[in-house]
Design a protein around this ligand. Sequence first.
Ligand code: PMP
Length: 410
Amino acid sequence: MSGTDDDAGVDGGASDHGFDVARRVARTREADMYRDLQPTDVVDSAAYFAPDPGGDLPVLAGERELVFASNNYLGLTQDERVQKAAREAADTVGTGAGASRLVTGDTLVHRDLEARLAETKGTERALAFSSGYAANVGTITALDPDVVFSDELNHASIVDGCRLSDAEVVTYDHCDADDLRAKLAACDTQGSWLVVTETVFPMDGSVAPLAALCDAADRHGAWTMVDESHATGVYDDGGGIVQRDGLADRVDVQLGALSKALASQGGYVAGSDELVELLANDARSFGCSTGLTPTAAAVASEALHIARHGAIRSRLWENVAHLREGLTDFGFDVHGSSQILPVMVGDRRDAVDLADAVRDRGVFTSPIRPPTVPEGTSRVRVAPMATHDRVDIEDCILAFKDAGEALGLL
Ligand code: PMP
């Protein structure tokens, strides 16, 4: 509220304790980071959500687009078995948990998901959270470390967990085990130390050198915590990089989101019996928040089962190889060593123009620019899905080639 003569402070001076939201919005727009989130008219949802088994439903545009920008890496959000699991959970358990898991929100659907996660991750137990964000914040605050050693590109939910825990935070260079080693050796703070890294980094497609990070942590008796949000379901036996690299017995906390390859919503932590007991009792984002929706739990559980036992992962990796090769052959600079393929452009305007021009050709990708990534490293993030067929991949490659040529970027 703006100050007027009528609301002058008791000392007679004008006071204004409101929020200048308009100025902050203007600053956000200047950063040019988000697509316009304009309100729409009420729409006929039946028309919007017509079934599209290709897994490439338009997000908002109202016309069919090939989506190469989603974290739905296995394309399971439109898998019939997964949809059936959601329906059955809604029919039998209900659409909402109704309360915290610690009160009346605990169901067999949650327990089933947790058992499958623990089995996949090779841990004693697992615990489902209502989001990946809540899992990170709740876990770091409940562990209450004295020092956190954190990769400089770690997700905001890890950063916020550190802030809320009051830990001393030491960042190390991205995926650099030598720098971590040096920072650990230079630290003289007493108490408990936690090394935290994502495994697959979503904006760079990079993969953490996990064995070397564990070696460095072990030398100081520090705990290792990994965020496998973008890896879970995608790697060996439906696990993440921990499973690919055989490190389940060396990583203390395996954590992630259920909203990427597992086609759902929510988060999890997998680890020892004691860790899960601690989190169930002390993680406020678990106990003081309504339990994960049963439908979300059932979806993630079914998706995990499919990821573990189906051929779907090999289809994803075939698509990744095909797309990487096609884009590289046409002269694009494709980074990353995971299923995420950032096409490096450099200039922020070029990244937006390239993504727009690719979209004009029917393929939806996302431009990533500062402040999300450093100035001069803007890119278009391309993420194929297991449900794309060969023609879809070819269409994506051709859209990039035509757009790149039209813009003079090739
Ligand atoms: N960790 C990472 C690495 C993420 O990318 C995300 C979300 N994009 C999260 C945590 C948070 O997960 P959620 O969306 O389930 O809150």
